[in-house]
Design a protein around this ligand. Structure first.
Ligand SMILES: *Cc1c(COP(=O)(O)O)cnc(C)c1O
Ligand SMILES: [Zn+2]
Length: 412
């Protein structure tokens, strides 16, 4: 397979780096100098158009391989990641007064979250670089996803988790046989230790924000949204934000399709953060990025020092989008609302839906507009917070009269 990567460019200083430096950050800017992968759009334009997409038989994210930084032939052995359902939500779109509302169901990925799209790139690049071990620090989904795909492809995974990882995600990591380093501390501490360990032991680094290639995996969700809408561009795409890689990835996907002439405008991006941890929404308002506390049930987006602020903020701004914040009560409420319409979302994912409701309340998203909500992670990953949303059932005596009484009193 041919590779259409042109160069890797620093998002801060604009310097380009050599391919062998491409898994890291800019040598001039250090940690903050996140790179961006640039493609040879002129070459791609020659063949990658709507009809190429329509003729493409592959129903996974690997249908977009010319637009990914991959050359590895082991793609066919990967679990089927991507091409997740785009579901029309008729009842909710009426409630919200929208022309259309679709849910992009990333919970349908093999490990139950959108992180699979980035892990795919990590695992395949690790294999082509001859690495035997992949590593990351994560509050859960990046790790459970990496553990899953590393196991499938015969790699070792070393996962640094902070003390507060939700049980469902931790179980996934363990079931897939990864080496778990449970760091006594928060995400920041786990991240710092993983960074040192990756350098010391020479493992493949799946810390999404600092590895430009991984965002490329996430952008495939945007391609799928456009294809599945029959090449119509929605007015808004709504997603929750932690490090900022997901929203940056979505922007990149829409941008690529613009560059290729497949669509003629970008959807506006609504970035949603939890009130208990909203450094990017704050930075958008004040112009200054400050460390935030991590006080929210939405663990996947509780990132006090986002690793990808430049790309995330410019993704939203250049799409003419904006940011909203939602509190934990609104998140629990969104979990119940989505659940009643067949969608089981973990808190971080439901936060995006709560943000959509908030944006309608503030009339940021207008009546009659079309919206895609990206549902980023399955609710089974965090059973404790699901219980918090709905409680536990009252037991009933095993006889009919008790049951009749219960249905009578429930009819209020
Ligand atoms: C990782 C994640 C996000 C946010 O992605 P970032 O790249 O950290 O902004 C949102 N929801 C879920 C379920 C996630 O796992
Ligand atoms: Zn730089």
């Amino acid at each position: 397979m041919m590779n259409f990567v042109d160069t890797y460019r620093c998002t801060l200083c604009g310097r380009t780096v050599l391919p062998h430096e491409a898994e890291g950050t800019c040598p001039s800017c250090g940690e903050k100098g996140i790179l961006d992968v640039e493609y040879d759009y002129a070459k791609l334009r020659g063949f990658l158009d709507r009809s190429w997409l329509e003729r493409n038989p592959l129903r996974t994210m690997f249908r977009y391989i010319p637009l990914l930084p991959l050359e590895d032939p082991s793609v066919s052995k990967m679990l089927p990641i991507g091409w997740t359902p785009l579901i029309r939500m008729d009842a909710l779109e009426r409630t919200l007064g929208l022309r259309s509302l679709h849910v992009k169901d990333e919970g349908a990925n093999p490990s139950g979250s959108l992180k699979d799209r980035a892990s795919a790139i990590a695992v395949l690049r690790a294999i082509s670089e001859g690495k035997k071990t992949v590593a990351c620090s994560s509050t859960g989904n990046a790790a459970s996803s990496l553990a899953c795909h590393a196991a499938r492809m015969g790699l070792e995974a070393v996962i640094f988790v902070p003390g507060r990882a939700p049980v469902g995600k931790l179980n996934q990591i363990m079931i897939h046989g990864a080496e778990v380093v449970m760091v006594d501390g928060d995400y920041k501490a786990a991240y710092a230790l993983s960074k040192d360990a990756i350098e010391t032991f020479g493992w493949y680094n799946r810390n999404a924000a600092v590895n430009a290639n991984l965002v490329e995996g996430k952008k495939t969700a945007a391609y799928e949204i456009i294809e599945m809408l029959g090449f119509e561009v929605p007015d808004w795409v709504v997603v929750s934000v932690g490090d900022g890689c997901t929203i940056a990835g979505l922007h990149k996907g829409f941008y690529d399709f613009m560059k290729l002439g497949i669509i003629d405008r970008l959807p506006r991006l609504l970035g949603v953060q939890s009130k208990g941890c909203a450094p990017l929404a704050e930075a958008f308002r004040t112009g200054k990025l400050k460390e935030a506390k991590e006080d929210t049930i939405a663990d996947s987006i509780a990132v006090g020092i986002p690793r990808n602020p430049v790309k995330a903020l410019s993704a939203v701004s250049s799409s003419k989008g904006t940011w909203v914040t939602v509190d934990d009560e609104a998140i629990l409420d969104a979990m119940r609302t989505l659940g009643k319409h067949g969608i089981f979302a973990e808190p971080a994912s439901a936060a995006g839906y709560a943000g959509l409701e908030e944006a309608r309340r503030q009339n940021i998203i207008k009546e009659g507009e079309s919206v895609v909500f990206v549902h980023t992670g399955h609710g089974l990953k965090d059973p404790e917070n699901a219980r918090r949303a709905v409680g536990t059932p009252e037991p009933v005596k095993a006889d009919m009269s008790a049951l009749k009484h219960r249905f009578k009193t429930k009819g209020e």
